[in-house]
Design a protein around this ligand. Structure first.
Ligand code: XMP
Length: 507
């Protein structure tokens, strides 16, 4: 069992980033709600606790607080932004609105005799974003960093191992932020750095074996990174006991179904590819509403999967590629449904299994990719960009037909090829087949063909995004290749909308 650092969530945007930074420092981290019970903390027995930022003011009645006993457990605490204000407020300090609010990269002077800044220059940059600050320090505390307008930009009570930073060490705009987190972990919490993915792989395999024993396991393999890494891990953990059902709904990118099959051909598992394109196209015939399309694809997927699972009555466990952000999200989600996302995870209760196997539940996406590489999946495979469960079904506007599917697959293939060739960096990029046809001229003939839209975005969380300014020269090449090589396309446009207000996918 690795040492654990608890991240307590007070509603800030960066909780996942904090947890990832801690793991990058080779210390295991877990995120829990800010008002977690003290007994639960004792059970987890963390070597340190980090309090996240949050949108409220600690002195307001409805702001989220933690149990004050947390500060007397003898466990080191690091408060970040709202977290530092909460720490100070809870142990007798005063927090008030700032005379001058600070936003953005801010110069700080730090006291490098403190364990938090040990080995660092006294001049540092920190990302500030606050309208409140600590105005009177609690007893036993001292200031260990200041900015022009914030005298207590960082605080310390060495004896009680309580620390706070008003700035955000977890973001890239604080250049030495990871160093500060590492100092907290190693100089204050006594971390030994026992979290690494090599050891974790062995532990995950052992856990699966303990749970599953000699029973058989069924996995819905979508071809996405999470379910693929899950399959690779399980085939190593329980060779010969894993059955992967890959429902090829025909809405994959060009050649993708074959690529998925190839990636698993040398693994020790029972790979079942169901070619269900005709069935999906039939169910989608005449449907134009985006939500209806999503629902039909989801429903049909479950039906096919159920049918296949009935052919394997000896299977007792269901495996899913659930990862840590899914766990955090489902625990705290109050967000409105913008689109009904379809993932292979959402299987019906009616399917009776003895248990669920979710070996990636504690991992972030980047860790899943590293594990995938460790398990022998190729870099191209694990580094693929996200692809929605309903596939090209939500990238064909209007009714989905076989002809439109082929047009989009070919246009998308060229676009992705040229993006790579021109070395254009984007987190997600794809083509969309709009339902608009327009008039053109080829030779002496009038044409009336579809318009393809190209979309490339930069994003870190997929909650918001900016469009990528693809150079016009590259766009020119893409456009000319698509209209010349893909029959049925007469015009190409580039989508320059950010999210919000547009979503990343068109439907
Ligand atoms: P939107 O379009 O909501 O997309 O801005 C955000 C991210 O989610 C992906 N996406 C999906 N992923 N099932 C998925 O697993 C889905 O149904 C789905 N719909 C959208 C989208 O590609 C983008 O990365």
């Amino acid at each position: 069992m690795s040492q654990t650092v608890l991240i307590l969530d007070f509603g800030g945007q960066y909780k996942e980033l904090i947890a990832r930074r801690v793991r990058e420092c080779k210390v295991y981290s877990e995120i829990k709600p800010g008002d977690i019970a003290i007994d639960e903390i004792r059970k987890i027995n963390p070597i340190g606790i980090i309090l996240t930022g949050g949108p409220n003011s600690v002195y307001l009645e409805d702001s989220l607080h933690c149990d004050k006993e947390l500060f007397s457990l003898g466990i080191p605490v690091l408060g970040i932004c709202y977290g530092t204000q909460l720490l100070a407020f809870s142990v007798g300090g005063t927090v008030s609105p700032c005379p001058v609010s600070e936003y953005g990269k801010t110069k700080m002077r730090v006291d490098n005799t403190s364990a938090l800044y040990s080995g660092m220059e006294t001049e540092q940059i920190g990302l500030m974003s606050h309208t409140d600050q600590i105005t009177v320090l609690p007893e036993g505390f001292r200031s260990i960093a200041s900015t022009e307008y914030c005298p207590n930009a960082s605080i310390e009570n060495k004896k009680r191992k309580l620390y706070g930073v008003q700035f955000h060490p977890e973001v890239e705009s604080t250049p030495n932020g990871t160093e500060i987190i590492r100092n907290f972990l190693y100089n204050v919490c006594g971390a030994v750095g026992d979290y690494d993915l090599k050891n974790l792989e062995a532990k995950l395999i052992e856990d699966v074996r303990k749970k599953v024993k000699d029973e058989h396991v069924l996995l819905a393999l979508s071809g996405g990174v999470d379910s693929s890494v899950c399959a690779a891990l399980l085939s190593k953990a329980i060779p010969g006991q894993l059955h992967c059902v890959f429902v090829d709904h025909g809405l994959m990118r060009k050649n993708e179904g074959d690529e998925v099959e190839k990636a698993f051909s040398n693994k020790n598992l029972h790979f079942i590819r169901v070619n269900a394109k005709d069935r999906f196209l039939m169910a989608l015939k005449g449907i134009t509403s985006p939500e209806q399309k999503r629902k039909i694809i989801g429903r049909e997927f479950v039906k096919v999967f159920e049918e296949e699972s009935k052919k394997l009555p000896h299977v007792k466990f269901l495996a899913q590629g659930t990862i840590y952000p899914d766990v955090i999200e489902s625990g705290n989600s109050k967000a409105a449904t913008i689109k009904s996302h379809h993932n292979v995870g959402g299987l019906p209760e009616s399917m009776k299994f003895k248990g669920l196997v979710e070996p990636l539940r504690s991992l972030f996406k980047d860790e899943v990719r590293i594990l995938g590489r460790q398990l022998g999946l190729t870099k191209e495979y694990v580094d693929r960009q996200p692809f929605p469960g309903p596939g090209l079904g939500v990238r064909i506007i209007g009714e989905i037909t076989e002809e439109k599917l082929e047009i989009l697959q070919n246009a998308d293939y060229i676009f992705r090829y040229e993006m790579k060739k021109h070395r254009i960096k984007a987190d997600q990029f794809f083509a969309v087949l709009t339902d608009t046809r327009s008039v053109g001229v080829v030779g002496d003939f009038r044409t009336y063909d579809y318009t393809v839209a190209l979309r490339a975005v930069k994003t870190s969380d997929f909650m918001t995004c900016e469009y990528v300014p693809v150079p016009h020269k590259a766009l020119g090449v893409m456009s000319s290749r698509i209209v010349n090589e893909v029959c049925g396309v007469g015009r190409v446009v580039y989508d320059i909308t950010g999210k919000p207000p547009a979503t990343i996918e068109w439907e």
